[in-house]
Design a protein. Structure first.
Length: 95
């Protein structure tokens, strides 16, 4: 279809798709329910290898719930990113 509308189309890629930076480790845990996941997350975040960690959840509401569950133990180093947060809050979270 591109040949129909473009003259000599070229594909340019900055990096191969789905690559991970060498010093980043990816992991996935399958657990039975939300609170079991939060408890595992609490244990993992106390390990030295998990000093900088991103956790992905399926909704803004779930992100806020995870924050509430972790706030007591990790309030100094915890931040939440989603579209309902102000831009300056998001930037502060990333620092």
């Amino acid at each position: 279809m591109s040949e129909e509308f473009l003259v000599d189309p070229q594909r340019v890629e900055v990096a191969p798709q789905a690559t991970t930076v060498e010093n980043i480790a990816l992991g996935r845990y399958t657990l039975p329910n939300f609170y079991t996941k939060v408890n595992l997350l609490k244990l993992l975040l106390k390990l030295p290898d998990f000093q900088k960690t991103m956790v992905f959840v399926k909704s803004k509401k779930r992100a806020d719930l995870v924050e509430q569950c972790l706030k007591e133990e990790f309030s100094e180093s915890l931040g939440v990113l989603h579209s309902n947060k102000a831009q300056n809050t998001r930037m502060h979270t990333l620092v």
